[in-house]
Design a protein around this ligand. Structure first.
Ligand SMILES: [Zn+2]
Ligand SMILES: [Zn+2]
Length: 346
């Protein structure tokens, strides 16, 4: 079968290769024909040899959906023809304190598709059923490829961040993670303000359509932002900041606009050290929360949100056949598209 493979460490060294088609070897496994697989920011990092977790040679891609074509003897819920989405988790140790408490996203020995195990930019993939979820009927394979980033946001925004109806929530960075986080904040009854830069004009327009109360281009409207926050919070600052971007200055901005006692959750990776006025954490009793990946509980909350239409992923998507992967990666890197989804069968 054809698959997009990162062959070695370093810049580039990615191409479509003929590799062995995976087969079911355990009773609890499910095999799918991959229908759609999203390009994540980390895939672009892997292309450039920058990510710390990948172990080449590896089939790339960790956000994907497909149709079941074979199941092991112990698989009952899923049948040939079922529409499913795979978690990126391929295996965990099962014994560490994190695995035993259900926080397997923190397991040091977790195998992750597209990093340390075969990913979704391929015609077929196999996974244990515990990491497979049914795709809601209403959700297309292409829209469903965003279930993984949605589960990431669900973990960060709904599981790790205290958000209450009426809260003012600033979402910094209107990429995929920001546009999904804003919808989760909105669905929680909060008032989302989405902040981007001059490069993000189209994304900010989309944020507005997806439910942002306010959108701000920080390059041109810094004072507008101060005015909005002053009006909404009597000058106190926002209740919550969701950091969805990797620009170091975005972190300082988030700390700056957060109220005393506020909560800052960072999802985006900076891939470098960032300095900030740490004493402000004490003086202002700020809570700084990191969030990494997703786990089963987040998937179980994310999928019904998609099914009920409380979150919409399709407006974020540009789809291409997998043969045009280079174009897709370029579009993702240069922000010409928000989420590029490749179709391996095309
Ligand atoms: Zn990702
Ligand atoms: Zn573990």
């Amino acid at each position: 079968m054809k698959a997009l493979v990162k062959l070695e460490v370093g810049e580039g060294k990615v191409s479509i290769k003929d590799v062995d088609e995976p087969q079911i070897t355990r009773e609890d496994e499910v095999k799918i024909k991959v229908k759609a697989a999203g390009i994540c920011g980390t895939d672009v990092e892997i292309l450039h040899g920058k990510d710390a977790l990948f172990r080449p040679p590896v089939i790339m891609g960790h956000e994907f959906t497909g149709e079941v074509v074979d199941v092991g003897d112990r698989v009952k819920e899923l049948k040939v023809g079922s529409r499913v989405v795979f978690e990126p988790t391929v295996g965990i140790c099962g014994d560490c304190r994190y695995c035993r408490s259900g926080r397997y996203n923190l397991c040091s020995n977790r195998l992750i598709a597209g990093f340390s195990a075969p990913g979704g930019f391929s015609e077929y993939a196999v996974r244990r059923q515990r990491y497979v979820h049914k795709l809601p009927n209403k959700v297309s394979y292409i829209a469903g490829a965003l279930c993984e980033p949605l589960a990431v946001c669900t973990h960060a925004v709904l599981e790790l961040t205290p958000i209450y109806p009426g809260d003012i929530v600033a979402v910094i960075g209107p990429g995929t993670i920001g546009l999904l986080s804003l919808q989760l904040a909105k669905a929680s009854g909060a008032c989302p303000i989405v902040i981007g830069t001059s490069k993000d004009k189209l994304r900010l327009d989309l944020a507005k359509r997806l439910g942002a109360e306010y959108v701000v281009n920080i390059d041109e409207e810094k004072e507008t932002l101060s005015g909005i926050i002053k009006d909404l919070t009597e000058g106190c600052g926002v209740d919550v900041v969701i950091g969805c971007c990797g620009a170091p200055e975005s972190f300082g901005l988030g700390i700056d606009i957060l109220r005393k006692g506020g909560h800052y959750t960072q999802i985006g990776l900076f891939t470098r050290d960032v300095s900030f006025p740490i004493d402000k954490m004490s003086y202002h009793e700020l809570t700084l929360q990191g969030s990494f990946g997703q786990k089963n509980s987040a998937w179980n909350r994310a999928l019904p949100l998609l099914e009920k239409g409380l979150v919409d992923t399709l407006p974020l998507v540009t789809s291409l056949p997998m043969s045009k992967w280079e174009e897709g990666f370029k579009m993702a890197e240069t922000k010409q598209a928000i989420k590029v989804v490749l179709e391996p069968g095309e």
